[in-house]
Design a protein around this ligand. Structure first.
Ligand code: SAM
Length: 282
């Protein structure tokens, strides 16, 4: 029988302390030890809720070593709560390594849902298109940042980034250059805090908007870019479609497309797209 303790992964507020959940308070009170990204930061949170607990530091520089220690304690039957400085552990924060080690050791992992800046920002962005791609922080180096953005340029879902105040202007400038300037950007700043701002504007206008007032570059940011516009399909005329269908019934797709292009003079890409659609709908 497995007598090991439980690892609770506990989300904590991203600004407004009232956003702590009842369950998080209950678990933080009950566990034997709290593994925290920054013990001083978490002490502040605990004392706000009149709690005093044993804290253990687990940050990006010691996560594996601290994880080994925590797994020992869990296997000995202790219960552990894992928290980061703000939001959900493991989301652009340490946590995943310890969780992975716990699973590998057969320890029960229980997540406690709660605040996370990515979901909070998405809920207020009003982007109707479904789906999103969470990229987290872009690289600090300008050229690497632009390469990352280039690889995301055609992504058909909303892009979500985290950004620090000292890089927000440079990152948005790169987004405006690499992604289409007419795409809408949502700047979600200081969520749940006193100076919370949610501002939507086309990417091409964002740099001058940020420069107009230095306060607009202060604080913590989530940046959301609406999906890339869908590329218009090139129409294929009825005769070219008829010939393509005939050829597809006799030949492999590539050969049929090539021959149909030669015969009809229609655009090869358009015939290729159509051929793929026809195959899929068979
Ligand atoms: N684990 C956290 C979560 O679940 O959202 C994220 C931690 S990550 C180290 C910190 C980044 O999240 C910040 O630099 C900022 O981009 C974003 N962030 C955190 N709190 C925020 C807030 N109140 N408003 C806007 N962005 C925030």
């Amino acid at each position: 029988m497995n007598h090991s303790g439980t690892l609770y992964v506990v989300a904590t507020p991203i600004g407004n302390l009232q956003d702590i959940t009842l369950r998080a308070l209950e678990v933080l009170r009950a566990v034997d030890v709290i593994a925290a990204e920054d013990t001083r930061h978490t002490s502040g949170l605990l004392s706000h809720f009149a709690m005093q607990k044993k804290l253990l530091a687990v940050h990006e520089h010691n996560e594996r070593k601290a994880g080994e220690h925590l797994v020992q304690r869990l296997l000995a039957g202790e219960s552990v709560a894992l928290v980061s400085d703000a939001g959900t552990p493991g989301i652009s924060d340490p946590g995943a390594v310890v969780v992975e080690m716990a699973h590998a050791a057969g320890v029960k992992v229980v997540p406690l849902p709660g605040p996370s800046a990515v979901v909070t920002a998405l809920s207020a962005a009003g982007i109707v298109a479904p789906g999103f791609r969470f990229h987290g922080f872009l690289p600090a180096s300008g050229s690497q940042r632009r390469t990352d953005l280039q690889s995301l340029a055609d992504c058909s879902v909303t892009l979500v980034f985290y950004e620090a105040p000292h890089r927000v202007l440079a990152s948005i400038a790169d987004m405006a250059t690499v992604l289409a300037g007419e795409r809408m950007l949502t700047i979600a700043r200081e969520l749940t805090k006193t100076f919370e701002t949610i501002h939507r504007l086309p990417l091409a206008e964002a740099v001058s908007w940020l420069e107009e007032d230095a306060n607009r570059q202060r604080g913590e940011f989530v940046l959301l870019v609406e999906p890339a516009p869908v590329k218009e399909a090139v129409p294929v005329d009825m005769e070219a479609e008829r010939i393509l269908k005939l050829l597809l019934s006799e030949l492999p797709l590539k050969q049929a497309v090539k021959l149909a292009t030669d015969i009809t003079g229609a655009k090869k890409n358009a015939l290729y797209e159509l051929a793929l659609n026809l195959k899929q709908s068979q």
